[in-house]
Structure formats: structure tokens, C-alpha cells
Design a protein around this ligand. Structure first.
Ligand SMILES: [Zn+2]
Length: 167
């Protein structure tokens, strides 16, 4: 599993990659939309990382391909009937439920996860805690789940803060 410092570096690089591909316009600020990733430590020793951006409607297939080329393939939204871990409102499109639902639906994943680390710029909101993370933790006590949150509040102009790096 990634150390706190390594996870910070991955998050910073993910932000740079996304903002390099999905640039700001007068009507769209990519920094206002959360980025998040999940690091899975599997029982067979594999380490997997899946990446999520909260506003996929701004990421065209061309831009997605560009990000995949940089090593950051963004997970898609799973279809509605597979959204086991999400609220019914807009919160279902937040980065955390998208990642948890995606991992949950990947064949061979769920039964093979030892530990999971969710790393996010904006702290997990109440809806994601109540509808996604807490019920998942309760349902799967054999999986150790950790969160690393970086305190960004885009509506107040507060950027994510890091312990190990200055951005
Ligand atoms: Zn949320």
C-alpha cells in the first residue's frame, strides 16, 4: 500500500495530468471538481490503483484517451442497476462512490482485496460516508479501508493541503 507521501505525490500528479488535458475555460474550472483514487492491496500481492474525476461530462473520449496515455485511465460510472454503494441523488456521481462501485463490480476483485486506501482532494462528504464508505466497511469487515483526505474546499478557494509536498 502506498505511504502517505507516495499517495500525496500520486494525487498531485493526477491533478497535473487532468488539468493538462481538461483545461480551464471562463465557464469551467477543473480545480472545482474533485479528484480521487483508490489503492488496492490484493491478497495475491498485487497493488492496483484506480482513478476518478468528479465531472466526467467534461472529459471527452479523446481527452480520456490522452489521460490513459499518461497512465491515468479514469474509471467510468457504472450503470444504475450496478450502483450498490451510492445514494440516489447527485452524490452518486462523486468520485468515491464511482470508485467503490467500479471496484465492487470488477470480477475477481472484491474477494481478493486485503486493504484499500481512498485518497481524495476534497474530504469525503456526509453523503458518501453514509451511503458508500460506512456501509461498505460494515459489510466487508475483512477488508481494511483507510481514507486520506486533503481538505480542499473549492467553493471557498481552499486548495488541497499536503504534509510532504508544496504545490
Ligand atoms: Zn461525496
Amino acid at each position: 500500500m502506498l505511504s502517505e507521501a507516495d499517495a500525496e505525490q500520486v494525487l498531485i500528479r493526477l491533478r497535473q495530468a487532468i488539468n493538462g488535458v481538461v483545461w480551464a475555460t471562463p465557464k469551467f474550472d477543473p480545480d472545482a471538481h474533485n479528484i480521487c483514487f483508490i489503492n488496492l492491496e490484493m491478497r495475491d500481492g498485487r497493488e492496483l490503483i484506480y482513478y476518478s474525476f468528479s465531472n466526467m461530462s467534461r472529459v471527452s473520449s479523446t481527452r480520456q484517451a490522452a489521460l490513459t496515455g499518461l497512465g491515468y485511465e479514469l474509471v467510468p460510472d457504472v450503470s444504475n442497476h450496478l450502483k450498490f454503494w451510492a445514494c440516489g441523488g447527485m452524490g452518486q456521481y462523486h468520485t468515491e462512490p464511482r470508485l467503490v462501485n467500479y471496484v465492487f463490480c470488477r470480477p475477481g476483485h472484491l474477494e481478493n482485496i486485503r486493504r484499500a486506501l481512498i485518497v481524495t482532494e476534497i474530504d469525503c462528504c456526509g453523503s458518501c460516508m453514509n451511503n458508500t464508505i460506512s456501509p461498505f466497511v460494515e459489510q466487508y469487515p475483512d477488508i481494511d479501508i483507510y481514507t486520506q483526505e486533503h481538505g480542499a474546499v473549492p467553493s471557498q478557494g481552499i486548495s488541497p493541503s499536503f504534509q510532504h509536498f508544496t504545490v
